[in-house]
Each structure stands twice: as C-alpha cells, then as structure tokens.
Design a protein around this ligand. Structure first.
Ligand code: FDP
Length: 326
C-alpha cells in the first residue's frame, strides 16, 4: 500500500523547521474543515435542490439558501471556533467580521464560493483565502493588509478535491484529497518556463470592451496560445499554475453601455486578486493591475476594493505591464 504525506504532517514540519508556534496549524485545520463541509454541501446540493436561487423552495419545502451564503456561514463558524482570528473579511458580508479581538493573531480575508455562475450547474467553484498576522510586537497596525504582508494564501477548487497553499518564502504547494478525506501528497508548483503549454484565460465575450492596447496585445497572441475560461478564478488559475500563461480580468472601459464600464476592474483585491498573486509569486510568477502596478504592492483602502488583474508567467505579465505603464 502507498501512503502519502498528509497536509497536517507537512505543516507541522514547516512550523517546526521555522521555529514557529502551532497556532497556524489550528487556523489551517479550521479552513480545511470549512472547505470539506462546503464541498459536502456542494456535492449533495443538486440532489437536495439546494443549488438554486434565493426565493426558491427546495424539494423538502424549505427556502433555498444561496450556496454562497451557506459557504460563508460554514467558514465563519470554523474560523470563530479557533479563537485565533481577530477579524475576518468575507465577500459575503458587507462589514468586517470581528472575532477574537483580544486573543486572536490572524486576519483572514476570504471568498467562500467564487465563480457563482457555475453553481447552478454544479461545476467547479473556488474557496479563496489570504492570511495576515497581527503585529505581535507593538500596537495593532490595522487590518487592511497589502498582499505583500500576507503570511499565506490558498484556494480549494470545489468539488474537485484539490487544495493549493502558498507559504511566505516557502513555495506554493498542491494537495489532493484521499479516500479518507484528508489532503495529502504535497507537490511544489512552479510555473513552467517552456511556453509550449502556456494558455491565456479571460472572458472572450468582454474582449471588445478592454482598452485598445489590451485588445491589440491579445490579437498578437491569439495564434500562439490556447484560450481557456471556466469562469471561476480558482479553477482558471489552477490551470495557469500547472500549464503557465496568464489569467486576466482587465478593466472594462469600452462597453457599448458606458454605465457598464468597470474602470476599477471586477475582481476583489483582498480575497481574490492578492490571493492568486501571492500564490503566483511563490510559484515564480507575478501579477499586476491595469496601471502595471504589482498587485501585492497595492495598499487596500477598503476591504471590498476591486482591481483589474493580470496574473501568471513572468514574461507575459512583464510584457503586458510595460504596455499598461506606457
Ligand atoms: P463570479 O462573478 O461568477 O462569482 O469575482 C468573481 C468571478 O466569478 C471569478 O471567479 C471569475 O473569474 C469571474 O468573476 C467571472 O466573471 P465573468 O462572468 O464576468 O467572466
């Protein structure tokens, strides 16, 4: 029989190697429990009629709760129970969620169910999270941290049973769920240098709404790379991490209905863009916004701030960044 190294063992070794406490282990255990719980709901959701829209009634005659709301509540439950989280920011909550403001050590920024257009089809969605740490040596310095100050960031692609975690200065690692529902087999992800497998991932339907220079850049590349788009950032970025290339959600600036323009971009900085940017950097890649500014350098001004995003293999991100900066 073949037994693979478990996630718990992997993190334990990591913490011991760096002389760290076990608090982080407790936090990770909570996030993993939340992800498994969400995955369970997701897998059985269609059967129970729970993947529908708010206002619908399921086959048990209960009001349908939106899957993203369920995922949010599950995550809050597990995070709160750790006693290690000061504040959480969730895509599903307008306000910052206060937890253990005295004893907590971590800030957690998360989107518990990303890629909502896939939900009613039962197709892959993401659970993305970034973790920052309280300033333990002095007065607290605020909860809105730039991605460069994250200690870790990760994503579950639900319900595929894959989990990817990046640890500050220690790489990006992928795990798979085994028959006992444990994440196992750490595998270090590095973006492939050979461009043969590279892909571009973006919503082609939006193409003519991008700035002219972005459209021109795409036109130069379209014969070179395959285009792929699942419509869930975690799933699309999962492919880019393995195959290389670039995921982008550019600013919408040329929409035929100007009120539909999104010059700030669509994705959320703290729990979407900075999370994948952090994982990408630890895997040898990079990420920038519409001005060519590194995503990890952007200091958020509010917790639901949006940004445009270009993330992936260095040569492509560098190329587009130069165009965006010019
Ligand atoms: P969604 O709005 O469907 O929840 O920010 C969320 C996100 O999904 C990403 O996961 C995804 O990459 C993108 O937005 C999809 O947006 P489009 O449907 O506009 O392509």
């Amino acid at each position: 029989m073949l037994f693979e190294e478990s996630f718990t063992n992997f993190i334990l070794r990591h913490q011991e190697k760096h002389n760290r406490t076990y608090h982080f282990l407790v936090l990770m255990d909570a996030l993993i429990s939340a992800a498994k719980h969400i995955q369970h709901y997701y897998l059985t959701g269609a059967l129970r009629g729970n993947l529908g829209l708010v206002g619908e009634v399921n086959i048990q005659g209960e009001d349908v709760m939106r899957m993203d709301q369920i995922a949010h509540e599950i995550t809050i439950h597990y995070l709160r129970s750790t006693g290690r989280v000061i504040h959480a920011v969730s895509e599903e909550a307008e306000e910052i969620i206060e937890m253990d403001t005295k004893g907590g050590r971590y800030f957690v920024y998360f989107d518990p169910l990303d890629g909502s257009s896939n939900v009613s089809h039962g197709l892959p969605v993401g659970f993305l999270f970034g973790i920052a740490k309280r300033n333990l040596d002095g007065p607290e310095d605020g909860h809105l941290r730039a991605g460069k100050d994250y200690r870790a960031a990760g994503m579950f692609v639900i319900p595929t049973g894959t989990f990817t975690l990046a640890l500050l200065d220690s790489g990006t690692w992928r795990f798979h769920i085994d028959e006992t529902m444990n994440f196992v087999k750490p595998f270090r992800m590095m973006l492939p240098e050979n461009s043969k497998t590279w892909e571009l991932s973006f919503n082609e339907a939006n193409r003519c709404t991008f700035s002219e220079r972005v459209q021109n850049w795409i036109a130069q590349k379209e014969r070179k790379y395959a285009f792929r788009y699942l419509g869930a950032l975690a799933g699309d970025f999962h492919r880019i991490l393995s195959n290389g290339g670039m995921f982008m959600y550019p600013a919408i600036v040329n929409h035929p209905k100007p009120e539909k323009n999104r010059p700030q971009g669509k994705l959320r900085l703290m729990y979407e863009a900075a999370v994948v940017a952090f994982m990408c950097r630890e895997a040898g890649g990079d990420a920038v916004d519409e001005t060519g500014t590194p995503i990890l350098e952007i200091q958020p001004e509010n917790h639901h701030q949006r940004t445009a995003l270009y993330v992936g293999s260095n040569p492509l991100v560098e190329e587009i960044a130069q165009i965006l900066r010019s």
